[in-house]
Design a protein around this ligand. Structure first.
Ligand code: 13P
Length: 253
């Protein structure tokens, strides 16, 4: 089967960071991208919910897309403090991240719940990023592929398409630590994810983007982004500063 062309996605996950004055970073990113003659990747920013509306006004008619970092599995109802997928869409988001390891650990989210959230995102017309990844204990025990396989099987909705769903492989021990897996380790897991997706959803699995996340920054992007089956990055800390994100994006161009 010929490998389909997959446009890289550079996605920033701001986590619980950013106040209204962070708009200056989005403006800097937007104004820089306006000067790039042809952008070779998709660009997505997932700020905290509180900034979505403000940022939506700033990025209207630009290549910058917006997403939420989580959503509830229901469209509306008595769920104090939660945000639904239709609400994200209403704020100008086109994407939602589900199953981030910080949600799985801080909020005890199971793969079943992540699946329900992914379905809710798709139903609302959002593109969905499903995160998977092992802890250090699991890696040391040789369980990486088993853990990632379980998360994929139980968190990715049946019939998912490459146009609407993206996988992010984020080893928990590489998040915010400055540590990254070796190139071989990244390629092994991404190759496994591709194989599992293809087994499950056929050609769509070949075309589906698989991002790497965990301590991606300007200094290692040139090494990580060209690896086999790596179709972009999900970036935490280094996405908060426009300059750093621009440096990563430049490695796709
Ligand atoms: P860092 O890039 O800060 O390691 O975070 C990665 C991440 O969790 C993105 O979702």
């Amino acid at each position: 089967m010929p490998t389909p062309k997959r446009t890289p996605l550079i996605a920033g996950n701001w986590k619980m960071n950013g106040l209204r004055n962070s708009s200056q970073e989005i403006i800097q990113l937007r104004d820089h991208l306006a000067q790039v003659p042809s952008l070779n990747c998709d660009v997505l920013i997932c700020p905290p919910f509180t900034l979505l509306n403000t940022f939506a006004d700033l990025v209207h008619n630009t290549p910058i897309q917006l997403g939420g970092q989580d959503c509830h599995s229901a469209a509306s109802g008595a769920h104090t403090g939660d945000i639904s997928a239709p609400m994200l869409k209403d704020c100008g988001a086109g994407w939602v991240i589900v199953g981030h390891s910080e949600r799985r650990s801080d909020h005890g989210e199971s793969s079943q719940l992540v699946l329900d959230k992914a379905k809710a995102g798709l139903k609302a017309g959002l593109n969905v990023i499903v995160c998977v990844g092992e802890t250090e204990v699991q890696r040391d025990a040789g369980e990486t592929l088993a853990v990632v396989g379980e998360q994929l099987t139980h968190s990715v909705p049946a019939g998912s398409t490459a146009a609407k769903l993206v996988i992010a492989y984020e080893p928990v021990w590489a998040i915010g630590t400055g540590r990254t897996p070796t190139d071989q380790e990244i390629e092994q897991v991404h190759g496994f994810i591709r194989q599992q997706l293809t087994k499950r959803i056929g050609e769509q699995g070949q075309a589906m983007r698989c991002l790497y996340g965990g301590s991606v920054k300007p200094s290692n992007a040139a090494q990580i982004l060209p690896l086999n089956d790596v179709d972009g990055a999900l970036i935490g800390g280094a996405s908060l500063k426009a300059r750093d994100l621009i440096d990563v994006i430049n490695h796709c161009n």
